[in-house]
Design a protein around this ligand. Structure first.
Ligand code: ADP
Ligand code: MG
Length: 276
């Protein structure tokens, strides 16, 4: 790949082994990767291929068994709680299940205020904070006035997903890791959410790592794609390289499972079968 932007996150031989002896599972097996600033990367693989495990290592939520993760070219050092907290200003995640992202005892105002405080806005006036929260809500088509004084569980699934993006708007991390963020919502809201993520990327220039089993979606949204099978990256490159000119049999199989990919996005390459 010839992306000339500075490296944001990279890895050499990154490995995660769970358990010992007969019960040993190599969830992530010596993977190398280079994610650049402002790049949108998809990691694609079937269930059990190791996607969530690699996300957790990137986020510092689980340790690396072997190999090294580099953040901005230096080995990631999050050995102390303080360093971890610093790192989490730069990397944020949105998860499959938005309920798990919120403290159920905190009202929505508090969820958003925490973001402002985390970005060093603790001493701002309440008026300014409300202005920022209103802006963040309107960015995701939510009305701050209607949310204030509510708890996250009083929102619909779609509203909750949008609230997660409003948080990211306030936190402005360098990296956003999204683990199948659209799985809980219908196709229409899904398109809206993706659109919002793209706008946010353009707005604050963040790197987005998108974890999905949907290779069609990955082709549609990504600059680069990493295909993951049994803990290994079996193929990587630009979305066009990997999906229009795939080499690995596993990638070809994933693509053949979604024949609509060509019909929807690249009609020129379709050779229609004459059999019915
Ligand atoms: N905490 C854990 N303890 C033991 N095995 C685990 C643990 N987490 C994940 N695994 C195993 O690691 C493999 C990869 O899992 P995961 O990263 O969740 O895959 P994916 O997100 O692609 O579905 C699976 O075989 C899974 O059973
Ligand atoms: Mg997973």
């Amino acid at each position: 790949m010839s992306d000339t932007r500075p490296l944001c996150l990279s890895g050499k031989g990154v490995t995660k082994v769970f358990g010992f002896g007969e019960k040993k599972t190599v969830a992530v097996d010596h993977v190398d990767f280079e994610f650049h600033e402002g790049e949108l990367i998809s990691i694609v693989g079937e269930s059990g291929s190791g996607k969530t495990t690699i996300s957790k290592m990137l986020l510092g939520l689980t340790s690396v068994t072997d190999g090294t993760i580099y953040f901005q070219g230096k080995p990631l050092d999050i050995r102390t709680q303080k360093k971890k907290k610093e790192y989490w200003k730069d990397i944020q995640a949105i998860f499959q299940d938005p309920f798990s992202s919120y403290n159920v005892f905190h009202k929505i105002d508090q969820v958003l205020l925490d973001c402002i405080n985390m970005r060093g806005g603790k001493k701002l006036s309440m008026d300014k904070k409300i202005e920022m929260m209103t802006e963040a809500c309107s960015f995701v088509n939510l009305k701050y006035a209607e949310l204030t004084n509510k708890y996250p569980f009083e929102l619909s699934g779609g509203q909750m997903q949008r609230l997660m993006i409003a948080r990211i708007f306030l936190l402005k991390p360098k990296i956003l890791l999204a683990d199948e963020p659209t799985s809980m919502i219908d196709a229409c809201s899904r398109a809206t959410i993706l659109d919002m993520l793209m706008n946010l990327r353009n707005e604050i220039g963040m790197t987005i790592i998108f974890i999905t089993h949907d290779i069609g979606l990955a082709y549609y949204i990504s600059d680069s794609v990493y295909i993951m099978e049994h803990g290994k990256f079996v193929e990587s490159g630009t979305a066009d390289e990997v999906i229009l000119n795939s080499k690995a049999p596993y990638t070809k199989r994933l693509i053949s499972d979604v024949p609509k990919i060509y019909e929807e996005w690249d009609l020129n390459t379709v050779t229609f079968s004459t059999e019915s």
